[in-house]
Design a protein around this ligand. Structure first.
Ligand SMILES: *Cc1c(COP(=O)(O)O)cnc(C)c1O
Length: 458
């Protein structure tokens, strides 16, 4: 008998208490945090869906690895294990450990970026864009048209817009395009997968124009799950084989191990190019650490090696995607507008449509994120014009293409009853949606403003 209930394929061995709060208390907490959920204390949150990054529960095998971590400065056993695991997975010749994904990005894009250079991606993740722009290069997103439409179902909404990629290369001149970045799954565009067919096409174009292709591999295992389910040619491959095939199409990758590495800290850069690797190693030593540990302790490298194996376990991946889908489908049935189909690591609420009475320059996404916290102690994150909005000539807002709120699901952390609670909070949000108010920014920094800006309800 094959039962339809997909259970969490693990038992709980250690627990962490959640402190319950009242709506009244949360009103005070939110005010103190200037209506920015990044500034709310974690202990004042009931269900923390701010990010799936670094928030995973490690397995007993990973914790066992922590105990045998080799903390030698150079050539540690744990480094050798991590390096071997990554070389086997990616097939790339060189691996550089970094303390997290953005350090790999800063090193790589600092080396190949710079003034006059352009990078093209299906969608640059916020830290990727920030690091590229910090080098004075330009980051251009080329998502597909269908990828921009939250309610339209398509199996691979994370794909690169190939014709736009070609026209952008032509327009900029191929010698000025320093890299093409394929983000799998496409985080900012909705946690949506990229097909192997699309990756192949992108790879061909890059080869033809002599442009390096870099994979932002943060969720390569989750992407592989979707390829196996949705792309017939790969249904008999293992998830790991699918990931390997995708890596083989590119010249290198950056990865935050805080996602599909199922650890709390760590990342890496992997490359084939010897000369570029030497350049990156110099940068690594200056800001991260020696080449056999980067910014990571030996014990954490041990845990990454184990995590990168566990993430390809078919039972794990099935549970992982099923639990995200469960939340998405319930919200969809309730009439909450969400990005369809549901992606791998998160459910994205279309706040522009839910709060259709709030204009985009009053940030409907930030308003919804605040209300989710007030009503249920749920922490989410705005992925809209607070995160990606730009300023025009007269300081007016040039809005992001979508106003989304992301409910990111930490790996192996919450059970189904936690998720059922989130669903119930949404029933309340729906009842009170007409009463929701817009938000204004009262203080903002120059880069990555969503992290530290101060807000107010209008
Ligand atoms: C998280 C993330 C990064 C950056 O990694 P950090 O470990 O947070 O520095 C880059 N790209 C994508 C797609 C991500 O999700």
């Amino acid at each position: 008998m094959k039962y339809k209930t997909i259970i969490e394929p693990f038992r709980v061995k250690m627990v962490e208490s959640i402190r319950m709060t009242t709506e009244k208390e949360r009103e005070k907490f939110l005010k103190e945090a200037k209506h920015n959920l990044f500034l709310v204390k974690a202990e004042d949150v009931i269900i923390d869906l701010l990010t799936d990054s670094g928030t995973a529960a490690m397995s007993s095998k990973q914790w066992a690895g922590i105990m045998i971590g080799d903390e030698s400065y150079a050539g540690a056993k744990s480094w050798k294990k991590m390096e071997a695991t990554i070389k086997d997975l990616t097939g790339y010749r060189h691996v550089l450990p970094t303390h997290q994904g953005r350090a790999a990005e800063r090193i790589l894009y600092g080396c190949i970026g710079g003034k006059g250079k352009t990078f093209i991606s299906n969608t640059h993740f916020d830290t990727t864009r920030a690091n590229i722009e910090f080098s004075n290069a330009e980051a251009i997103d080329c998502p597909t048209e269908i990828g921009k439409k939250p309610s339209v179902k398509h199996p691979f909404k994370g794909n690169m817009n190939v014709s736009k990629l070609i026209s952008t290369i032509k327009e900029r001149g191929q010698e000025n395009v320093a890299g093409v970045i394929l983000t799998v799954t496409n985080n900012s565009g909705g946690g949506q997968p990229v097909s192997m067919k699309n990756a192949k096409k992108v790879s061909e174009i890059c080869k033809k124009h002599n442009i390096p292709l870099i994979i932002d591999a943060c969720r390569i295992a989750e992407n592989a799950y979707f390829i196996k389910q949705r792309e017939k040619a790969y249904k008999n491959n293992t998830y790991k084989e699918i990931a390997q095939k995708m890596f083989a199409l590119a010249d290198g990758c950056t990865m935050s191990a805080k996602k599909d590495g199922i650890v709390n800290m760590g990342g890496f850069l992997a490359l084939n190019n010897d000369k570029l690797t030497e350049q990156c190693k110099n940068e690594l030593i200056i800001t991260e650490g020696f080449i056999t540990y980067g910014g990571i302790s030996g014990r954490d490298m041990e845990a990454i090696a184990v995590g990168l194996e566990e993430v390809f376990d078919p039972d794990y991946l099935q549970y992982r995607i099923a639990s995200t889908t469960y939340l998405g489908e319930r919200l969809d049935q309730m009439g909450i507008p969400i990005m369809l189909p549901v992606g791998g690591h998160a459910v994205y609420i279309d706040a522009k449509s839910l709060y259709s009475h709030i204009p985009v320059d009053q940030y409907p996404g930030q308003s919804l994120a605040c209300n989710l916290y007030l009503k249920g102690g749920i922490r989410s994150s705005e992925i809209g014009s607070v995160m990606f909005g730009k300023k025009g000539k007269n300081q007016e807002l040039i809005p992001a293409p979508m106003e989304l709120v992301r409910l990111a699901i930490p790996r192996r952390v919450y059970t189904q009853s936690h998720i059922d609670y989130v669903i119930e909070v949404f029933e309340q949000i729906k009842k009170e949606k007409k009463k929701a108010k817009g938000i204004k920014i009262v203080k903002e920094p120059k880069y990555l403003r969503h992290f530290t800006s101060h807000f107010k309800f209008v």
